[in-house]
Design a binder for this molecule. Structure first.
Ligand SMILES: [Zn+2]
Length: 364
């Protein structure tokens, strides 16, 4: 474990590590950049670098060991989705009256608090900022510096206003890190009190290269596909479930082929029949709809003469042939249909029924 495994944005990472070396990491740090650029990964690594008990250097800059008590516990927060799922599940177990006042917080180390948007509204709420205010004036017990990481810039108004007061005069032993996809999502007064560091999306070729090292079992065409589907998001590319995507895409292609050629309804309904109600069926249907959308977007790109931008590069020939048989109107209608099935799912309509209606509705 090291900064060396952090992909891309070399100069920004270097400047931050130089700040760690000079003991000048700002008290309020704003990392901005697109989803998948590594904002959260970098925030966790900074907390580890500042607090590592056996700090070391790589490339002449501070790095962390990854195995000491501080590195290990802070590192447990790195898998954010899993930690958040656990916290939500724990809240579900509470009595109704306690549930209401319990906010989602991740604390794998006593001096490092991760604050994700609180579901179901997915906003940073006042209760979460109040926890920070309660903790931030406490001298860190086991860390050199305490870290407070906000993983989203979507604040409720009163939460943002409370945070502002802390940002005016944060204690010397604390570092607040804010992550934002768009700087405009934050109050100008919060932005002006923070040091801003920008991260860019990772180029597709760089992700392909990384996949060649980390997922050697994938064929080059598959790595090219995954790198494009991840859209600049390294974590998503590395954890991509290729098998699941290809299964969904096979069904999605069946729906599209069926719509564009002589329809074979028995094959179609045999397939849609496998999409059942319940949590598992819901995930499977969501994956199918995602695959249909990715194919429709590729058809659109092929029609507009931008074949280089398509994502399903491994089946480009078939998609190019399909693109000749569809119109812009048909693609747009199909996209609307996908969104209708999605909203039907949210309203809990019978899944395979709305899927059948969608698939047969596509037949010209
Ligand atoms: Zn360490």
């Amino acid at each position: 474990m090291s900064f060396r495994e952090f992909l891309g944005n070399e100069s920004t990472v270097r400047r931050l590590r130089e700040a760690v070396a000079a003991d000048r990491l700002p008290h309020a740090l704003l990392l901005s950049g697109p989803r998948g650029a590594g904002k959260y990964t970098l925030a966790v690594k900074l907390a580890q670098a500042v607090n590592c008990l056996n700090p070391r250097q790589t490339d002449g800059l501070p790095d962390y060991c990854g195995v000491c008590a501080n590195c290990t516990r802070i590192g447990q927060a790195a898998d954010l989705d899993t930690r958040v799922d656990e916290a939500i599940a724990a809240r579900e177990e509470l009595r109704e009256v306690d549930k209401k006042d319990t906010r989602i917080l991740i604390q794998t180390h006593p001096d490092v608090l991760v604050i994700p948007p609180d579901p179901p509204q997915l906003l940073i709420k006042l209760g979460q900022v109040r926890t920070l205010i309660r903790e931030i004036y406490r001298v860190p017990a086991e860390a050199r510096r305490a870290f407070y990481i906000f993983t989203s810039a979507a604040f409720m108004k009163e939460a943002a206003n409370s945070l502002l007061k802390v940002l005016e005069e944060p204690p010397a032993y604390a570092c607040i890190i804010l992550l934002a996809e768009n700087l405009g999502d934050l109050l100008p007064t919060i932005r002006s009190r923070s040091s801003i560091f920008r991260l860019g999306a990772i180029p597709v070729e760089q992700i392909e290269q990384l996949l060649a090292e980390r997922r050697p079992e994938w064929r080059p065409a598959q790595r090219a596909l995954v790198a494009r589907l991840a859209q600049g998001a390294v974590g998503q590319a590395l954890g991509f479930n290729l098998e699941e995507y290809l299964a969904s895409r096979t069904d999605a292609l069946l729906i599209l082929r069926n719509a564009l050629r002589e329809p074979d309804y028995s094959a179609l309904f045999r397939m849609t029949e496998t999409y059942r109600a319940g949590a598992e069926g819901q995930q499977k249907t969501a994956n199918l709809l995602g695959a249909i959308l990715s194919l429709l977007e590729d058809l659109l790109l092929l029609q507009s003469g931008a074949p280089k931008l398509i994502r399903n590069t491994d089946i480009e020939k078939e998609l190019a042939a399909m693109a000749q048989h569809v119109t812009l109107d048909w693609i747009e209608a199909a996209e609307r249909g996908v969104h209708q099935v999605r909203s039907g799912m949210r309203r809990n309509l019978l899944r395979s029924l709305s899927l059948d209606a969608f698939a047969t509705g596509l037949v010209r």
